[in-house]
Design a protein around this ligand. Sequence first.
Ligand code: 13P
Length: 254
Amino acid sequence: MRVPLIAGNWKMNTTVSEATELVNEMRPGLDEIANVDKVICPPFISLAKVRELIKGSSIKLGAQNLYFEEKGAYTGEISPLMLAALCEFVIIGHSERRQYFRETGEIVNKKVQAALRAKLKPILCIGERLEENEAGRTEEVVAEQLRSSLAGIDFLGGLIIAYEPIWAIGTGKAATGRQANETIGFIRQNIAKLYNEDIAQEMRILYGGSVTADNAAEFINQPEIDGALVGGASLKATQFLSIVTQTSEIKQAR
Ligand code: 13P
């Protein structure tokens, strides 16, 4: 049985004091829920503070990006070793990074390798653009993203995949549960081909893209979907808590 996981990607939102306020609002409720992994991914500058605030709770911490070198003259970048001292997870290959910061499959691959070397658990994001979806190319696109992101990687060390169709991110136009389940099932089959059936069955694959407290159950109810990567709704304590609570209830009922 795969433990469900709900991760909040705060993106470029919250000052340190706003992050503090948000964590303090979420912590008591989140901490009570035992059968779901709860991960929050604040901006880099708040990681150390949030780490302190969640100490002793069951809430886990993730970063939103990293650079693939360990240290050196890379002004403005953050290394896997710096993150490994602070958090357990790191989002890699988010479509916003691919789009605005020109991250290619090759860069994403280097980042995944660097994260795994530092014993960080990557949350690898993949997903197709609207035109690709409309042209019926979703499977081809996600298969290629998987192939390039995971090239040369034998040991996946708790890697998580987030399927985030780009047309569903921040648009309020989520995929349907059925659509997301189908593509995630396809991703799982691909992992079985690239690795083996056991690894595929153990791997947690999340859906992301306009997940809210109102539609979360539709995704969590699907057999292939192991949780969600939540953007906007993770910035509201009540919404995020409701998504985690619903996940817990649905998975408990199984
Ligand atoms: P939204 O939930 O705001 O659509 O963002 C999804 C996302 O990109 C999470 O990584």
